[in-house]
Design a protein around this ligand. Structure first.
Ligand SMILES: [Zn+2]
Length: 247
């Protein structure tokens, strides 16, 4: 598995990703079919060097919001987690626990959450030459720790240039963002998150939330009402893979 990721990566280097002649330009997927009432809950697990410092100094106790997956399991709700490689390395047991649950799918959210296209909400800069290595490092970390090799990639902050999306495609990944921003980042009021999601979700929606707690403190508080509310509106929950491969 790791060998396969490496092969794809080396092939992409040989073919020259940055500045290569435009092939078919891949789009960024933001939703599935609007014809069926399936929706995907997605949870980004961010980790940056700054977040690691906050853990080490005990300024923050944990960036693993265990309650999120407890609620998903209690309600038998499928979901997709986008791991940063650094998060999986910080919480290997949790990463495995999520990856090995058939309810859940595990995908890639970069190694340490830089902003691939700037400006990007204050996220750290990354040079063009470091981008492929960052994505590959995350792929390898997630594969090594969980035994699952991600197929989908989500850019931190959703910030990406056309070249970045092509780079990720060269590495064998499809870019998946969202069409519903839950707004759980920086929002202490769970009711605001619930109202936003129930208002904006449509057939085929991909809903972005966060499973690292910290700056997204009320995700788990909002989750039961989001799940119940969307079910009451006739929506069915699926993973991103199921949403995008549904016929
Ligand atoms: Zn993120």
């Amino acid at each position: 598995m790791i060998r396969r990721v490496l092969r794809v990566f080396l092939a992409s280097l040989l073919s020259g990703t940055a500045g290569a002649a435009p092939l078919s330009v891949p789009g960024i997927i933001t939703h599935g079919s609007r014809a069926a009432p399936s929706v995907a809950l997605t949870f980004d697990a961010d980790m940056t060097p700054g977040m690691q410092r906050a853990l080490k100094s005990s300024k923050v106790l944990s960036y693993d919001n265990v309650a999120v997956r407890q609620i998903l399991r209690l309600t038998r709700t499928p979901a997709t987690f986008f791991f940063t490689g650094m998060w999986a390395e910080t919480y290997p047991q949790s990463a495995r626990d999520i990856a090995h649950d058939p309810l859940f799918e595990v995908e890639d959210h970069s190694y340490d959450h830089p902003g691939f296209a700037q400006p990007c909400y204050g996220l750290a800069n990354i040079t063009d030459r470091d981008k492929a290595a960052n994505v590959l490092r995350s792929q390898l970390a997630v594969a090594r720790i969980t035994g699952r090799t991600p197929r989908y990639f989500r850019f931190p902050g959703g910030c990406a240039s056309l070249e970045d999306v092509q780079l990720v495609q060269h590495l064998g990944l499809t870019t998946v963002h969202w069409d519903v921003i839950s707004g759980d980042a920086g929002q202490p009021d769970a009711q605001v998150i619930v109202r936003t999601v129930l208002r904006d979700t449509r057939n085929g929606s991909i809903i972005v939330m966060h499973s690292h707690g910290g700056r997204a403190p009320s995700t788990a508080l909002a989750l039961p009402a989001i799940i119940a509310g969307l079910k009451a509106r006739g929506f069915t929950f699926v993973t991103v893979e199921q949403l995008l491969t549904a016929r």
